[in-house]
Design a protein around this ligand. Sequence first.
Ligand code: AMP
Ligand code: TRP
Length: 336
Amino acid sequence: MEKKAVLSCIQPTGDMHLGNYFGAIKNWVDLQKDYRCMYGVVDYHAMTMPYDVDKLRLNTWELITNLMACGIETNNLFVQSLVPEHAELSWILNCYCSYGQLTRMTQFKDKSSQVGELGKDDFVSVGLLSYPVLQASDILIYRADYVPVGKDQEQHLELTRDIAQRFNNAVGKEFFVLPEALYTDTPKIRSTADPSRKMSKSAGEKHYISVFAESERIRKQIKSAVTDTGEVDKNQMSEGVHNLFELIKACGNLLAYDALLEDYNKGKLKYSDLKDVTASSVLELVKPFQERKLQINLNKKDIKDKVRSSSHEIRKVAQETLKEVKELVGLLNVKF
Ligand code: AMP
Ligand code: TRP
């Protein structure tokens, strides 16, 4: 039987953090055993917020190295802008998605209000608004069955299914597969500096812990994690403490997790112990990734060639789907 298809993507907007790893990448690595996996570095998406032109290309290659260091196979990787069919399908799907639906997306509301806060100007591009349609194209163009992502992407996945359904109804057949989101056991990692928000690059440096940061920095960030703020509700673990427990669990340090939880339930947990264990669990996890990255960096040119050729291979699937879509929607299908 043919393997089911898995597709997911990440933006080259800077460091890879523990939220990315535990919410998505860890699943990406594991799924490679049993599925036909395609993982994209989505540089078109990274243009939707103010960005530095010179850094974008560097970040794209850096992220590819990081993904490989975490265990993603090179031939499963592609760069979005090397598969221009995503953008072409996105235009077509824009016509199968309502404007109102896009303005109601949480990420659009958050990010469009952040644009002004970033101090540049308050220019909100149409690209930011139609971001989820490009995401739907990333997924639907490969007829992906499963999409491993963090919980913050749930609404985008629902929109993707809506678009697919609307398209299928319009063309009168089940053309696009309705994809399902796949979550890890820790689908939302919070910022250690402010546990009321998710760990994220866009909120600023103290709001994420990079997988490739120096040990000292990681330890320091975890040591200064916010645990309880103000009043403590004895019946409910605070978000900050819960987040540290989640990190320990995500690292697979289950014995320490159980012991600390027992202390917590007896009311004798010391937060300094919790933080020490969190830091050592995280450091143990990231060490092999950091070592592998050093090795990979020795063969940089090789990697660029490999990713260009894997993008070329993956593109063939996208071209086939786009050809069929054009046929279905009444566009000319001429090969020049
Ligand atoms: P991004 O860095 O926004 O391109 O996200 C890449 C992947 O990481 C997506 O699947 C996100 O859902 C996931 N992700 C990002 N931040 C978090 C977080 N704080 N917790 C869990 N997953 C996350
Ligand atoms: N929007 C996703 C994020 O910010 C990134 C993304 C773009 C994506 N295209 C995708 C994720 C397709 C899954 C599938 O994390």
